[in-house]
Design a protein around this ligand. Sequence first.
Ligand SMILES: Nc1nc2c(ncn2[C@@H]2O[C@H](COP(=O)(O)OP(=O)(O)OP(=O)(O)O)[C@@H](O)[C@H]2O)c(=O)[nH]1
Ligand SMILES: [Mg+2]
Length: 195
Amino acid sequence: MEINTHNAEILLSAANKSHYPQDELPEIALAGRSNVGKSSFINTMLNRKNLARTSGKPGKTQLLNFFNIDDKMRFVDVPGYGYARVSKKEREKWGRMIEEYLTTRENLRAVVSLVDLRHDPSADDVQMYEFLKYYEIPVIIVATKADKIPRGKWNKHESAIKKKLNFDPSDDFILFSSVSKAGMDQAWDAIFEKL
Ligand SMILES: Nc1nc2c(ncn2[C@@H]2O[C@H](COP(=O)(O)OP(=O)(O)OP(=O)(O)O)[C@@H](O)[C@H]2O)c(=O)[nH]1
Ligand SMILES: [Mg+2]
């Protein structure tokens, strides 16, 4: 399939199923802790500065944001988890929204699950990975902010993350940076493979 990845636009934002696009286009969802770099990942992959809005302020993305890519596929930016300053009620609302999408969406082909290369995965990161494995949703782990770690230490950090996640070696694991664009081609290869 030929996809012009530069031909991208925000399509719509949805809080629940009734607002999802109604067609058969394959979707790749982005999951990860608030501030891990999901929106930056989308911008980098699509070669755009601020298509998916990013900020230093965590909790910026609050709905499911669907991005149309060349009328052939979509990215779905999912609000981050683990942001401390949200109420229990908001957390529950978030949980229902993301669970509904991940467990019922037939268009979903894979989840790009982002973790921060600098740190051990959080309990929420581990839970997300276990959730995706449980529902047999194909997962691509992207360890982001690799530019903040010297290359000589990448392996050590990768091993620590894999261990903590109980990583399944049949899944993809990609070291990524939105600053240097390291891992971008590999990430596209992994995504195209899932479509
Ligand atoms: N150095 C570096 N900074 C990054 C990278 N990716 C993201 N950032 C920065 O991290 C901060 C958060 O990035 P976002 O892309 O907004 O994170 P998010 O996961 O979409 O956050 P929420 O929408 O709150 O869930 C921003 O200041 C980004 O510039 C990266 O690869 N390297
Ligand atoms: Mg975001």
